[in-house]
Design a protein around this ligand. Structure first.
Ligand SMILES: *[C@@H]1O[C@H](CO)[C@@H](O)[C@H](O)[C@H]1NC(C)=O
Ligand SMILES: *[C@@H]1O[C@H](CO)[C@@H](O)[C@H](O)[C@H]1NC(C)=O
Ligand SMILES: *[C@@H]1O[C@H](CO)[C@@H](O)[C@H](O)[C@H]1NC(C)=O
Ligand SMILES: *[C@@H]1O[C@H](CO)[C@@H](O)[C@H](O)[C@H]1NC(C)=O
Ligand SMILES: *[C@@H]1O[C@H](CO)[C@@H](O)[C@H](O)[C@H]1NC(C)=O
Ligand SMILES: *[C@@H]1O[C@H](CO)[C@@H](O)[C@H](O)[C@H]1NC(C)=O
Length: 213
């Protein structure tokens, strides 16, 4: 009895550990309690964001949570040149994204959640005040590891396979017979496909002909 109980507890502990691992994604609040802010009077960022980032481990499926205001922007790029330039003016929209809270006025507080969906180096900066914020500390880079991989919620499913709609001509077409029988291996692929396309052409004209009358 006692050993059964022990085994059951071991199994339960094992299950709990695995559930925790399966859902083990982390939300990283950028800058910790300080948030993502720039002080225009002192011309400095609220904290050293590079040091903040250096103390974290980032994995696919984690989020960066920017607690900020509309005085700053949140730009994500995978392009080191764009990052170093502190502007997204010349950036490609395939590697650089601006996250917007939807507000337009200055000084409105907002929280922006940025999912980490690409492994490797990700760069972040604020391009506000013509890049001065970025030049003065509103910039950091992180290295995103694979971890548990993307959760289904962030993993875009591939488009569904194309399915021919039922009915229409295909339902009524006669079975395709290739003139001269099936292409033999000796004739090679080119000759075989030639016979096939001539057969398809014949079928096409046949269908067109029957549609006309
Ligand atoms: C992390 O942030 C995302 C996006 O805001 C949210 O959907 C999720 O519930 C958060 N997870 C935790 C554990 O707070
Ligand atoms: C802030 O620093 C930038 C250079 O990084 C400088 O051009 C600008 O004049 C400074 N602004 C103030 C208010 O000191
Ligand atoms: C921020 O911290 C990094 C080390 O994490 C250091 O190299 C850098 O000089 C610091 N930046 C400022 C503006 O102090
Ligand atoms: C990073 O972690 C080290 C020790 O692990 C600590 O001394 C340091 O203060 C931390 N830095 C930040 C910005 O949290
Ligand atoms: C990175 O962005 C710059 C413009 O900021 C562009 O000229 C360059 O081609 C980009 N690099 C890659 C690898 O896409
Ligand atoms: C945000 O910008 C506005 C306009 O430039 C300024 O009046 C306000 O003090 C700024 N707020 C902060 C928190 O820097």
């Amino acid at each position: 009895m006692a050993s059964n109980t022990k085994i059951n507890l071991t199994v339960i502990a094992f299950l709990i550990t695995n559930v925790a691992a399966a859902t083990g994604y982390t939300n990283h609040t950028v800058g910790g309690d300080v948030g993502w802010f720039f002080d225009s009077n002192t011309n400095t960022s609220a904290t050293n964001y590079s040091s903040w980032a250096a103390n974290q481990t980032f994995n696919l499926g984690d989020y960066l949570i920017f607690r900020t205001s509309t005085n700053q922007t949140v730009i994500q790029t995978y392009n080191a040149t764009t990052y170093q330039s502190c502007t997204m003016d010349d950036a490609s929209d395939t590697d650089t994204f601006q996250y917007n809270g939807g507000s337009t006025g200055f000084d409105q507080s907002l929280t922006i959640a940025v999912p980490l969906t690409v492994e490797g180096t990700n760069y972040y900066f604020s391009d506000a005040e013509d890049g001065i914020q970025c030049q003065r500390g509103m910039a950091f880079e992180i290295d995103v590891s694979h971890g548990n991989g993307l959760p289904p919620s962030l993993n875009q499913p591939p488009p569904p396979p194309h399915v021919e709609p039922p009915g229409g001509d295909s339902a009524q077409s006669p079975p395709i017979t290739i003139a001269g029988g099936s292409p033999s291996l000796n004739n090679g692929a080119v000759a075989g496909s030639g016979a096939e396309s001539r057969a398809m052409l014949g079928l096409f004209f046949g269908v067109t002909w029957s549609l006309m009358f």
